[in-house]
Ligand binder design. Sequence first.
Ligand code: UD1
Ligand code: CA
Length: 456
Amino acid sequence: MTLKTLILAAGQGTRMRSARPKVLHEIANRSLLQHVYDTSKLLDGNEIIVIYGHGGELVKQSLSNLDAQWVEQKEQLGTGHAVLQADNLINNDDTVLILYGDVPLLTKHSIEQLLGNVTKQSLALLTVNLDDPTGYGRIVRDNEGKVTKITEHKDATEQERLIKEVNTGILAVKGEKLKSWIARIGNSNAQQEFYLTDVIEMAVNEGITIKTSQPEHPDEVLGVNNRKQLSHLERVYQLAQADKLMEVGVTVVDPARIDCRGTFASLGQDISVDINVIFEGKNSIGNNVSIGANTIINNSVIADDVQILANCIIDNAVVGTGSKVGPFARLRPLAELAEHVHIGNFVEIKKSTVAKGSKINHLSYIGDATIGSGVNIGAGTITCNYDGVNKFRTVIEDGAFIGSDTQLIAPVTVGKNATIGAGSTITKDTPDEQLSLSRAKQISIQGWQRPVKKEQ
Ligand code: UD1
Ligand code: CA
């Protein structure tokens, strides 16, 4: 027996008012379709089939990494018609699971519970009770509580519209049955669409039982039809991420003001995260790390005992044990700080290594540089690494002291324990241990008169 998952993703999503196909809109930097795909990938022995249509090539291109079969539905004539497009990929003994590309937060747990209800004699249907069921297909039950059919909102009688139990659209059934039913679905209804929901009545007529189950949380089955619902599900997702962080021992100052748009390779103990912090890509964070407000950390490694102060951007960088970064610091790709490094405000570091205990505390640009240990770099220091065409490296050896407002014209090396006088423009390598400076001599002019305003 094989499990085949059909993800219906051909709908246009008019209400998004977007040039982008609906299923490519994102929650936490992942498209809606990718969310559904990622969850179905967690199921054992699953073959995934995506039914695409509107904006088709764009959808296929954007998600070309998916291990799935793509089936085009040229015209969107309804959910039943969508499933019919995959008919020749479904075998009689398959179990077929139907998911929606615009329902991103359904969990593996809820799907497994649903799949547990599929047998040769039963169809599994995921339903949910909503206070406001407007727009949804209603689950109609007989006196004994057995499901008899689904009636779409637009086709429902006033009595049926009072029903609060609705169809999520998600169901699972044996291939043989599904194939025989979808061949017979008609479109004589209010929307003149081929409704997949018609299979429920067909099943009941053949003596097949409809077994319903419900998601742990109703938000799991919410679909995205407009931007408001998209932002609602983003918050639902983010609150769940914050919960997970707190469960593993992270202090989250305000769970409503944190965004995890990626994953964690590792998370230590006693991490504290202030408000408005965004995690992107794959991060690894050690023990006893505190992260200040308004900081973005992307694809980076933060070692133990690191303090990141407010308003920093750390992008594809490494921060070594006991280091202190910020406030207002920017670590760009390939910035690598060793242990106990201090990076202060308005400092930008790119493609540079900074060895143990070095300090760059104020207003500096360090790019394409190798900085030794115990180096002190004064305020306003700039590595001039670019001549407009090529990039060159600056090397600053252990123990060097760079005076404030120094420009280091790369390629250049500052020797071990060298001192550079403030305000210097360094164009040549400087020797170890010595003071080097390039500064015009200061003069004072005696008897100098300030200019005065001419009388008109
Ligand atoms: C559908 C159900 C309704 C249920 C609701 C839950 C039917 C007839 N109705 O209604 O009972 O309460 O979902 O949200 O099934 N799609 C295609 N091709 C099409 C039409 C739709 O791929 O021709 C896809 C859409 O991209 C979407 C999904 O199927 O992912 C649902 O389609 P939608 O038009 O939103 O169905 P509803 O009218 O909301
Ligand atoms: Ca819908």
